[in-house]
Design a protein around this ligand. Structure first.
Ligand SMILES: Nc1nc2c(ncn2[C@@H]2O[C@H](COP(=O)(O)OP(=O)(O)O)[C@@H](O)[C@H]2O)c(=O)[nH]1
Ligand SMILES: [Mg+2]
Length: 331
């Protein structure tokens, strides 16, 4: 990343070795860096920019689906399988509905606690601290940080409903959709168009009745869609009983192999890069705009002094755009 982006941001004395420690795989440095990202500290952004050359190795796996479908439980079971295959893993559980609570959504931490002694597993929950855009940016940075720290696999768990800024298909190489055995969940997903983004379907809670029926519903819906070079498998699993988890991981790996062979991996990454550039520009524009309307600027003063509320937002926006504040400048 060019110096233009990081201008005005320097590391604190205490952050001097963060990049080096993180690259060496130090877990505390990783945790610290992700906290900075969550705080939307400019140092995290500068760090991620600096570490870009060390990213791009990890397999990014998104796990999405309705709340309560068993995503966290499935991820927990997958982590065990991934470790059995000798690979390291980082997990980010994104829950926009939960306010930030100091590093973890409690349920996730408790459930995944059996991995706490394993240095090959890093688990972090992230909640919405400010606006969704901040969470989306923090999630992207956390993925890059885990990648740079040398994790082989990065799993991102998100709730799959209408959070365009957290669009999992634009964050990950492989998207796993977790469905419940009630046919209502499958029907909802078909209607919402969520089925199309999945590379692997998992009908979870197959220990309950209705799983086979849900599988057929999805199969029929997939059969109606235009044929694609990758036929997404539809698997039954029970995350709590840890049944059918091995095949889920194998399907995820097959998809990755398919992407590599077909050139799809490059294509997804190119698309991801595009989306990320748009997001970065949009985020800095939003920060600049906020500084302009809240700071000691002509527009800011006009907004504060205005008594009758009759100002034109369009002309004010044009004024803000014309200001072009210097990158990294304080207000
Ligand atoms: N019967 C059954 N329950 C499950 C299974 N997987 C998860 N659950 C339960 O479903 C609930 C929600 O699970 P959770 O992993 O938190 O779902 P998430 O909201 O999608 O992350 C919990 O009570 C789990 O114990 C499963 O395979 N079978
Ligand atoms: Mg969960």
């Amino acid at each position: 990343m060019g110096p233009g982006y990081t201008a005005g941001v320097s590391y604190d004395e205490s952050e001097m070795n963060l990049a080096g420690d993180l690259l060496a795989g130090d877990v505390r440095a990783l945790a610290r860096a992700i906290s900075l990202a969550e705080d939307r500290d400019p140092q995290a952004t500068a760090l991620v920019a600096e570490l870009q050359a060390h990213t791009g190795r990890a397999h990014l796996v998104g796990v999405t689906g309705s709340p309560g479908g068993g995503k966290s439980t499935l991820v927990d079971a997958l982590v065990r399988v991934i470790r059995e295959r000798g690979r390291t893993v980082g997990v980010i559980a994104v829950d926009p509905s939960s306010p930030f609570t100091g590093g973890a959504v409690l349920g996730d931490r408790v459930r995944m606690s059996r991995h706490t002694l394993d240095k090959g597993v890093f688990i972090r929950s992230m909640g919405a601290r400010g606006h969704l855009g901040g969470l989306a940016a923090a999630t992207r940075e956390a993925i890059h940080l885990l990648d740079a720290s040398g994790r082989d696999v990065i799993v991102v768990e998100t709730v799959g409903v209408g959070q365009s800024e957290l669009e999992i298909s634009s964050l990950c190489d492989t998207v796993v959709l977790v469905l419940m055995p009630e046919s209502g969940d499958a029907v909802q997903s078909i209607k919402a168009g969520i089925l199309e983004i999945a590379d692997v379907y998992v009908v979870n809670k197959a220990d309950l009745s209705g799983a086979e029926k849900a599988r057929r519903l999805i199969q029929d819906a997939v059969a109606m869609a235009p044929k694609k070079p990758w036929q997404p498998p539809i698997l039954l699993a029970s995350a709590v009983k840890e049944e059918g988890i091995g095949p889920v991981w194998e399907a995820i790996e097959s998809h990755r192999a398919f992407l590599r062979q077909s050139g799809g991996l490059e294509e997804r990454r190119r698309e991801r890069l595009k989306q990320e550039v748009i997001a970065l520009v949009a985020e800095s524009a939003r920060d600049d705009a906020r500084r302009a309307v809240e700071g000691d600027t002509p527009v800011g003063r006009l907004l504060r002094d205005n008594r009758n509320g009759r100002l034109n937002p369009y002309s004010l926006a044009a004024d803000v755009r014309a200001m072009r504040p210097a990158r990294g400048a304080e207000n």
